[in-house]
Design a protein around this ligand. Sequence first.
Ligand SMILES: [Zn+2]
Length: 539
Amino acid sequence: MAKTLVIGFDGATFDVIRPLVDEGLLPNFKQLIEKGASGSLLSTMPPVTGPAWFALATGMTPGQSGFFDFIVRSSCDSWSFRFLDSSDFKNRALWDVLSRSGKKVCLFNYPCLYPPYPVNGFMISGGLGSPNLSGFTYPADIEGRITDFVGRNRQVDLSDARYKDLEVFLTDLQTNFEANVQAVEHVLKQERWDLTWVVFSQTDWLQHMMWKCFENGQAKADKGRPAGYDRRFRDFWACADAAVGRLRACVGDDTNIVIVSDHGFGSVGESFRVNAWLRQEGYLKLVRGGWKGFAVVKKMRNLLRNVAAALAITRFFPGFFVWAKNKTISVMIPLHFIDYENTTAFDPGHIGSMGGIYINGEALKDGQTYDNIRNEIIEKLQQLGKQNHWNVEALKPEDVYGQKAAGSPDIIVRINDGSCVMLKEFDGQIVEYDKLPDRISFLSGTHRMDGVFIAAGPDFRHARLDGARLWDIAPTLLHSFGEPVPPYMEGRVLQQALKSNGQTSRDHACEIPDQQGSRLTREEEQAVRKQLRDLGYFE
Ligand SMILES: [Zn+2]
């Protein structure tokens, strides 16, 4: 049976890969596309990294899992939220199925796969949603070997003020990428495995910072981003292609190579303040007084930080400013300012690429029902779209996925195919056309619905695929290993990509396995908050 190496490039899209292949910059991608099966891969709605990689690993849709974001509701009895973590994957991911049947698996930097848990092989945490702390490998004794390659600092903080200079950003990104490629090469050569799945987040970070350099090309410089950087954007992708070549060289031709991404990419432009709008429409009420005072403190804090950055004094007192940055504001909006008795709908602070509105059933008054309020908000959002000439998608999860797991948002909102950032403050300008708040002004691009799938090797044939979805990948890989597909995996086997057309066998033994294991500690959770906020993902 052939081994399979899956290489995940976060945010990879054919909108970049196709033109760069045509320019001759990506010879390895070109060869794999020519030899194997390829096509775009529909992301989760909305296309958010954490739940998208979860769908890739488990074959489950967000409608089944309830995971639409990095944050998920802790319980349906309270308005508290937690981060998606490895215990959500445990017993459900394809590597758990393969582990149980004796296959050796190796996971590397898979987003949200923290803390590491025992598998028949290795689990090296380090992707998005993993804190930059020790204790990131299973088994524990390989941590030293990985640290020898990647060092202690395994992430690139996009909000770093030094990255206004794109040269500095690109140097750090390149160093971080190269270190991770070397660590993966080491593991591929030294260890025995049947499935290795590695994820590189650097392509996502590149595109968040430099999308418009690519899109606008040499001709038109983006605000604060000089012309000519489209070349550097292309060069980074050429490095990613070279990494594919290096990893292929480690494994040989008798191994399947599968390249996937969690979502596509496009430019960022408008913004919409969803909670401020819900307040204006009378659905969201705040407790008296508190929020205004908080907003003033927040403004002062930001002002102080900006002045300090401008004067470059952060360099001389870095400890204080790191402290100030970490301690004062949480990633989510301060939910304790919400007057829950009188609030019928709010967004608890979901990631900027989505609005996730919850209906508070306890606050419904005479004559109001859950359905009425939900339909009314959807209608008003569509009207808002018409007024602004925006394409507003305001969707019920069950209409997208046929089901809605407990704890899911009641309405998913996405505007202009994701180019509109959904801000979560309680006040401020509701609609803005070409302006982002300072804290995320570094964002140049954001997520779109179409990821990539490219697969070549002994088990795959040449084909152009249409209509593949993230949740089809786990069933397809299990099938290629000759394993039955568990019934909770909603995805289908992509038969047209595979050489042998064997019947998909379904394992009817199990229901959706319960989530097990530990949640993040407070320290780990704070580290994840900081990481996601630094990427501009939360407020
Ligand atoms: Zn992503």
